[in-house]
Design a protein around this ligand. Sequence first.
Ligand code: CP3
Length: 340
Amino acid sequence: MFNDLFLRTCRLEETERTPVWLMRQAGRYMKEYWGIRSKHSFLEMCKTPEIAARVTMQPIDTFGFDAAILFSDILIPVEAMGVDLEFVEGRGPVLTTKIEDITDINRLVVPDPEEDLPFVLDAIRLLRKRLNVPLIGFSGAPFTLASYIIEGGGSRNYLKAKSMMYNEPRLWKSLMEKIADTVTDYLNAQIDAGAQAVQVFDSWVGCLSPEDYKQFVQPYTKQVFDGLKGDVPRIHFGTGSAMLLEHMRNAGGDVIGCDWRIGLDDAWTRIGYDHGIQGNLDPILLHATPEVLVERIRGVLDKAGGRPGHVFNLGHGILPTTPVENVKVLVDAVKKYSLK
Ligand code: CP3
């Protein structure tokens, strides 16, 4: 039997209970992940449809989540744009192609997903045959991808990215337009291949003031959402975004994702009850005792108040140090305590 609880919730239907999945649910906290990861690099795993499909399924089979998210990374299409990408052990992504002037930006391409990223679409097609829960496709949002491209990796202050934004607005615009075109095509290809929902990750958007978000980011994210085809639910996620929630909603998305730095009740008031909300347990709570964990899960559910449209999730990705027993505790607690 196909479990469509997550999709009905995204459409704001009254449901029997709250659906639950976790960002980065397929990953290093699971021994099944390491079983494969010890034999393959992370990028190899992303680029081999059979492996990506198997890893996507692992947490569904082990914990009984209500949705699967494709195993991949937000930087995969960035590599296809022409940026050299490596994942360095213990350091995360490193992008070595310099993107500083208009010549550099002109050299970047808008990839053709079927041609340049076929492994992503093949993994989706495989998964649709095997899954009995909805499959979520995803992409990074233009701002988060632009910061990776300009900074060359993770960053504390976004000095280079924000400097381009403030000092060279024409360069910024041409880069953001190219990324927005890439993201739109990429998500539409995932929808065509069978993704039943999509999530746009603007993970680093919290470093922006509301004014800068509205001027330099919102138009491009809106371009992406406006360009998506079909009627699959769209989730728009950011972190540190408490003061940006209404502007993110205005950029697009049926469900807005938020982190734990704001109460779910306050966040939903800002977003409006005509939209769904996803979140927002602190991932560190998965390291607490089961008693504390369950108490906090019930706190999040209480703040949602049984209103239709709440998708239970963490406020950001699950950490590799998470004890697996607690993931089981979390899934069971959400299912038990949200039951109507
Ligand atoms: O959620 C899922 O289970 C689907 C797969 C997924 C991964 N990355 C797998 C991954 C998704 C949706 C992402 C998104 C992603 N990637 C984001 C946005 C979400 C967020 O957490 O804010 C970002 C910022 C990235 C970039 C990225 N990828 C970083 C910074 C790192 C290294 C840091 C770290 O956590 O180690 C990655 C690597 C990565 N992406 C791994 C996985 C499972 C670890 C790879 C390994 O096995 O070494």
